[in-house]
Ligand binder design. Sequence first.
Ligand code: RIB
Ligand code: CA
Length: 313
Amino acid sequence: MARRKIIIDTDPGQDDAVAILLALASPEELEVLGVTAVAGNVPLALTQRNARIVCELAGHANIPVFAGSDMPLSRPLVTAEHVHGKTGLDGPTLPDPEMPLQKGHAVDFIVETLRNEPAGTVSLVPIGPLTNVARAFQDAPDIMQRVQEIVLMGGAYFEVGNITPAAEFNIYVDPEAAEIVFRSGIPLTVMPLDVTHKALVTTDRVEAFRQMGTRVGAMVAAWTDFFERFDKEKYGSEGAPLHDPCTIAYLLEPGLFSGRYINVEIETESELTRGMTVADWWRVTDRPANATFMGDLDAKGYFDLLSKRIARL
Ligand code: RIB
Ligand code: CA
């Protein structure tokens, strides 16, 4: 089967890091054309640094990493150091990356790549706020029909919000950008908190990473150890939800996930519910379906896939 060409748009973040590692550990199925950094969990100067750290850790210093938007389309930036730590990759102490940041802007890279690659052969995998993707569509509407699929982590329905009572962080930070993406008409697969909160990296799963005896395994264990303390405290859960790797796992083994093709709209007006993904799960409106909104996953299968692939690095 032909390899899927993808661009990962990211705000590392420990879970972003694991998603990037999973993608780079899967060259038979995925060709990572580039990694584009966006401000989100931490400011852009850190997310672009962290993206390079992760690519180097995976032994892929050749992957082009671009810096993108340092703030949302029309709102002040909201960050999440309380979850990811000051650096965004707290847990282990990490040296600065040696691989260079690409000169161009991430948005231009997304536009040029979609124009240069054959139509319908490149998928976008946004795992942070959607600012870069939305700006690419604003700058170059012609590329929208050339995107094969968007597989994003964001939103929530039954799980409601994690940054406010109503909204999940990635959508909350830039709801206007999310609205552009969800209204694009591009095939859209959404990994909301409804799924990622069932993908908990429990203590034994952290241990499995540590037992790999590899530098990457030790790093993933240290990141997930650090990352889980926030969710354990808040939800009393058995570990942190490993949100972002769900997008890559879907590209590798879609059968791990189940959901519904429904209408999902983004709240952008109300300050109380800004960033809410209004998912018509029960199809009570006649609003046209625009997204495959995932609701469940095979958590054991997910972690088996993660462990098998991460152990390769
Ligand atoms: O709400 C979870 C999402 O916000 C994840 O992508 C995490 O990395 C943060 O960006
Ligand atoms: Ca993220």
